[in-house]
Design a protein around this ligand. Sequence first.
Ligand code: PLP
Length: 399
Amino acid sequence: MLKLAGRMGRAKPSAIMAVAEKAKKLKAAGRDIISFSIGVPNFLPGEHVYQAARDALSKDSGQYGSNRGADALLDAFLKHMQDLGLTGYTRANLSTGIGAKHVLYNLAEVLLDEGDTIAFPTPYWTSYVDIAEIVNARILLLPCPAGQDYKLTPAQLDAALATKPKVFLFNNPSNPTGMVYTKEEVIALAEVLVKHPQTWIITDDIYNRMLFDGLEYFNFVQARPELRERTVFVDSLSKTYGMPGWRVGFMAGPEAIAQAVTTLNSNHITNIPEVTTAAAIAALSGPQDVTTAKNLEFQGKRDQVMAALAAIPGVVCPRPQGAFYVFPDISVAFGKSHDGVAINNDIDFCNALLESKGVACVPGSAFGEPRALRISYTCPTAQLAPGMQRIQEFFAELK
Ligand SMILES: Cc1ncc(COP(=O)(O)O)c(C=O)c1O
């Protein structure tokens, strides 16, 4: 019997997509479904992005491009980083990929040998575990439950780094919780990182332009510039510019890492296509009004979701200040039943909610936190209130 490579035994299809698929099937069968499941921004980029793509199409050379990314794209990204307060980088510090997911996959290949440890806070973005498992790394999960606002404490980080993991992976603002570390919290964690020089740091900050309540983006490197020599910043156009399908991701970090990611690119993707590159440059360099308007809209939707959740007895939900997710602890429902269906965990809960009320959410266990579920609130505004009302009804009907 011919066998696939051993690593494929560890590779799993995305748990988030499984919920989306089920919701899609119910919808196709005529059910009225409101989807709070998949993490897509649900808006289109500005017209200038399409225009740049059309212009590029008419001039498209059809040739291979740079493995690192076109110079003009790297320059546009450098400018974007400067606007975020990340200065002093050059093209040699950068590389690109087919989305941040691809960049993170490349970084796992670049930094982790089989058996090396990667540490990250839980709840985590699902692909961190999936990618680490494919490269056969050990995973050190750092539990950050709702009771601590889903945030890592300096003491937890200190204890974790004392075990000398090869990589510490940090995500801010967070998917799935939407939580954002304050400047003071980032500084406190950075102080700990400085004490443990044997660990690489990856900061997956792809929601860096999606901050609410006047918060400003802040990174470990701004807190402690000496961390720059072992910190890799990851970014993407997917969420900020409503371009998830265009597949453009970036990294900025030590030159050796940028070169290694570029070498991997040369061995699989070769380059980001020319038309996509032109659209990406336009998104980064052109007017930012769509992003700004959407951010305001998401802040209002956050408030709406939080108000609806606050009216449900027993549901605990730290207040998110970024991205477009809310991650309530719904464990108060466990041990009860809905319409005769037993709810013993987050998966039972999400299945029953979808079947009975037609609302799709992702079970928290997909993110390592089985007491919660994720609500992604980028749906059309008109669907938000009815969707939240159905969740309230579902809770009220629990026995
Ligand atoms: C935290 C986080 N990192 C990375 C990604 C991947 O983004 P991209 O579309 O650029 O691959 C996502 C997408 O959901 C995400 O939420």
